[in-house]
Design a protein around this ligand. Structure first.
Ligand SMILES: *[C@@H]1O[C@H](CO)[C@@H](O)[C@H](O)[C@H]1NC(C)=O
Ligand SMILES: *[C@@H]1O[C@H](CO)[C@@H](O)[C@H](O)[C@H]1NC(C)=O
Ligand SMILES: *[C@@H]1O[C@H](CO)[C@@H](O)[C@H](O)[C@H]1NC(C)=O
Ligand SMILES: *[C@@H]1O[C@H](CO)[C@@H](O)[C@H](O)[C@H]1NC(C)=O
Length: 264
């Protein structure tokens, strides 16, 4: 017993020191820094991703690092870019390798526009354990930051079906931020405008969709004041205007997010 405990402790220690990010502090994402986002990259070559405009790229955590084969596009990109790794923190996507770890009571209402995706119970300890594992996977892959999506289930009159309030999601985002920082990763706030004041001190940047379209970019003044980047995506109209008091890092994309480019 004693021997095996010592051995497993040693194994854990050597794994930890092998992690590329173990001693690296989170990088800052200053106001206006250039970026690109490609969440479906399967039709692109690694070189095309490397050639994406700007020093920052936001890509899918799952599709770009394969633990079994060791193939890792993230660590390749991280040689020349700040890599933000995207995962869904507020939904279960039934095709992800860890989808089987969610208990049936962890997820509920389907997302109408996204096949195979259901809102999660953000208060479930099992859900939080899975998200902690995803953040550790991001460290292992060599990501600099994480972009946890779907943290606005309170919106549209409780679209998650759980009746959770903005405060509940703010607490969840602050939990994710704490775990990310403990693991030396930066972390962003995705959309979720109503909770900015409650999380701004704990997140390192924002990622927004369609703030020009909905005329709400001005809500990001606190991020710009705090010298934290606001990464913004428009889908319908290429709107490159800047809003007073807010410095946006803007891209114009198709909803598929399957190509590089489109910077303002
Ligand atoms: C990849 O290309 C095929 C053929 O053009 C297309 O049908 C598919 O939607 C593309 N996949 C992605 C993720 O863009
Ligand atoms: C991106 O997705 C669209 C719609 O599915 C498809 O028509 C297009 O070919 C895709 N682009 C690439 C580079 O795969
Ligand atoms: C890495 O990128 C290549 C080229 O785009 C792609 O074929 C591969 O599926 C990606 N994923 C991993 C885990 O290497
Ligand atoms: C572009 O964005 C600005 C600021 O967000 C907004 O006031 C304006 O209406 C937008 N223009 C178009 C054509 O959508």
């Amino acid at each position: 017993m004693y021997t095996s405990t010592v051995l497993s402790v040693l194994a854990v220690v050597s794994l930890a020191t092998a992690r590329p990010n173990a001693i690296r502090a989170p990088l800052p994402f200053p106001n206006g820094i250039g970026w690109d986002i490609v969440l479906q990259s399967k039709n692109l070559t690694l070189q095309e991703l490397k050639d994406a405009p700007g020093p920052v790229i936001d890509i899918d955590l799952w599709d770009n690092y394969d633990r079994v084969s060791g193939r890792n596009n993230i660590s390749e990109l991280a040689k020349t870019k700040q890599v933000i790794c995207y995962f869904s923190a507020g939904s279960r996507e039934d095709w992800r390798p860890d989808a089987g770890e969610f208990n049936p009571e962890d997820y509920g209402k389907e997302m109408p526009e996204w096949d195979g995706e259901n809102w999660l119970d953000i208060k479930s300890t099992n859900v939080r354990r899975i998200m902690t594992d995803r953040i550790k996977r991001a460290v292992e892959a060599g990501c600099h930051a994480v972009d946890p999506d779907n943290v606005d289930g309170y919106d549209e009159d409780h679209q998650d079906g759980y009746n959770y309030e903005p405060e509940d999601y703010a607490e969840y985002v602050n939990f994710l931020a704490q775990v990310a920082h403990e693991n030396n990763l930066a972390v962003g706030l995705k959309n979720s405008l109503a909770i900015i004041d409650q999380v701004i001190d704990n997140v390192d940047f924002a990622v927004n969709e369609q703030c020009h379209e909905f005329d709400e970019c001005d809500v990001y003044v606190p991020f710009t004041d705090a010298q934290k980047a606001v990464f913004s995506i428009e889908y319908l109209v290429k709107n490159c205007s800047q809003v007073e008091g807010v410095q946006l890092s803007e891209v114009f994309k198709t909803l598929d997010l399957n190509t590089t480019g489109g910077q303002c």
